[in-house]
Design a protein. Structure first.
Lengths: 311, 268
């Protein structure tokens, strides 16, 4: 049996979408956050994502986040030396987190999560990344438009161009090596994928992996996006099958829940082949709309879910 | 979303439910948006039974749509038209009523997202059959209302918005989907151009959410747009925020949003 490549996990539990994190946030309970850090470090996370942003159930202002970071970051560092990944689109979040961060207590470079075409103040972000010697996550799913402005990338070639552009700037302006750069090729809910984003992400991964100038880059996706809206019993298997397919294309990291045993399924597991053919159904044929292909993919995914839950 | 489906029934439970149909469907049809007149057809018998030509089995059509059987939905819609049924009756009792059950069951975690998409495909197949006839009779059968919708500037996350579009279409709205990353100007131009009754804004990020207020403030500067209802939704948005920024409504999920839209146009 061929063993799939190992995927390193960035632990995602510090996120208000999880009830445990939400409870800790609501009472600013540092012990609760430390427990989440410990659990993930012991679960083998190679970094801990720190996202304290709002959700549908919870309003969080930027001010509230900035007020809490100076207590939260040292508390997490007191618990573990696993690198932290600061997750917010606002540069002030990163500045505040880094001011509270003690590099000597961390066993690797912290991560700036994330850079994207649409971010405000990109130049300042590069400067911050250089100054603090950070790794960074680059979203490939947004593109720079020719006349200025940005948009969603709906073509893997556009995503690939975005990656090359960010890599050039990160090397020249932020002094990064390719090993410091983690590309997120994009991952969407496979059962509601009417733009074909799952295939676009995988094709982006393949384009980047085939480019010798990009050798050494890392690739990561937000894994819990993938099975969103599918039966809870099917989610872990779908995610693991995706990791096998994406790992084959070059994925080596994932933002995921370490409790879910987020390891790739063996390549010969039947679900891997079934997911592969479901994604094949999601490719446009004979001039149909992308939406039509997405409907077909959704139908195949539901068939897989139903079969595996009953088995 | 890490928390996903909550305490929804397992697929096994859902299968068990599905086998109780047709008695199952009328239970859900018992909402104000549905004509009561078709409830009796639910007593007609096992699926596959099509009643006499002057009374199509809309419960069966609803059920096929619910299961996402696009081919059969298409066939029954064609048959109903061939039998001389009024196009608005086929639309309302055959398709819209069926899709509203889908919306209801999605809301209560009985249906999963891929199933909603498959049902939406069946809905669209049926709509495609009705479309030429509907266009011909458009003057007599206007849509329930016109919804202009998009994600706000800086935000490219649109899964939720897309679900709202599908369900609003299913509920009989004319939907103008502006897509992602829309400025206040774009919302206003589209609202004017399409004579919108409702403008829906979506955001997934706390950083883009404040832009909803910008859009609402801009709308309020134009007296000719005063009658348009402004609705907001998206993961970080909640009712408190919606009220703060002066929105007319807040949709916590796709089905609730469509109920809110129906409330807007019914009150108008």
């Amino acid at each position: 049996m061929k063993l799939p490549p190992r995927i390193r996990i960035i632990g995602e539990l510090i996120n208000n979408a999880y009830a445990r994190a939400r409870r800790a946030w609501e009472t600013r309970d540092l012990a609760g956050f430390r427990a989440l850090a410990r659990l993930q470090a012991e679960g083998g996370a190679s970094a801990l994502n720190v996202n304290i942003d709002g959700t549908q159930r919870l309003s969080v202002s930027t001010g509230e986040m900035l007020d809490f970071l100076p207590q939260l970051i040292p508390a997490l560092q007191a618990e573990t030396d696993v690198p932290l990944s600061f997750d917010n689109p606002n540069i002030e979040y990163h500045r505040t987190a880094l001011r509270a961060f003690d590099r000597s207590r961390c066993r690797g470079k912290p991560i700036f999560n994330s850079l994207a075409a649409s971010r405000q103040r990109l130049g300042e972000m590069f400067e911050l990344i250089r100054e603090h010697d950070l790794r960074c996550i680059v979203m490939a799913s947004e593109k720079f438009l020719p006349g200025g402005g940005t948009g969603q990338s709906l073509d893997p070639r556009d995503s690939y161009e975005t990656v090359k552009r960010f890599v050039d700037r990160l090397v020249s302006e932020a002094g990064r090596s390719l090993d410091d750069i983690i590309v997120d090729p994009g991952l969407a809910p496979v059962g509601a994928d009417t733009y074909g984003l799952v295939n676009i992400g995988l094709d982006t991964l393949r384009l980047c992996a085939a480019d010798p100038h990009l050798a050494g880059l890392h690739f990561s996706v937000g894994l819990s996006n993938f099975a969103w809206g599918t039966p809870r019993e099917a989610k872990p298997l779908l995610e693991r099958a995706y990791l096998t397919l994406a790992g084959r294309a070059g994925l080596d990291m994932a933002l995921a829940n370490v409790e879910q045993n987020a390891e790739p399924l063996p390549a010969d597991h039947p679900l891997v082949g079934r997911l592969e053919s479901a994604l094949q159904e999601g490719r446009v044929i004979n001039g149909e709309s992308v939406e039509e292909a997405g409907f077909r993919q959704a139908a195949k995914i539901m068939e897989i879910c139903t079969d595996y839950i009953e088995a | 979303m890490p928390e996903g489906k909550g305490q929804g029934p397992t697929t096994r439970d859902r299968r068990a439910l599905a086998h109780q149909i047709p008695s199952f469907i009328p239970v859900h049809l018992d909402t104000p948006t549905h004509p009561k007149s078709n409830l009796s057809s639910g007593e007609a018998g096992a699926p596959g039974f099509l009643r006499s030509k002057d009374s199509p089995d809309y419960a069966l059509l609803n059920q096929l749509l619910y299961e996402g059987n696009a081919k059969e939905v298409e066939r029954l819609v064609r048959e109903a038209l061939a039998d001389g049924r009024p196009v608005d009756e086929v639309l309302n009792e055959g398709l819209i009523a069926g899709m509203s059950v889908v919306g209801e069951d999605f809301k209560y975690n009985i249906l999963y997202v891929p199933e909603v998409l498959v049902a939406a495909r069946a809905m669209k197949t049926g709509l495609a059959v009705l479309k030429p006839v509907l266009v011909a009779s458009a003057a007599e059968n206007p849509p329930r209302g016109t919804l202009v919708i998009g994600t706000v500037k800086g935000d490219l996350h649109d899964i939720g918005k897309n679900l709202v579009c599908m369900m609003a279409e299913g509920a009989g709205f004319k939907v103008i989907d502006l897509g992602v990353d829309q400025t206040a100007e774009q919302f206003i131009d589209a609202a004017r151009l399409h004579k919108a009754d409702i403008v829906g804004m979506s955001a997934l990020l706390t950083t883009t959410m404040p832009y909803m207020k910008v859009v609402i403030d801009e709308f309020q500067k134009h007296p000719d747009l005063a009658s348009i209802k402004l609705a907001v939704g998206g993961a970080p948005v909640n009712r408190m925020f919606a009220e703060e920024i002066g929105a007319d409504g807040y949709g916590p999920d796709a089905p609730s949003s469509v109920e809110m839209f129906l409330g807007f146009v019914n009150a108008a």
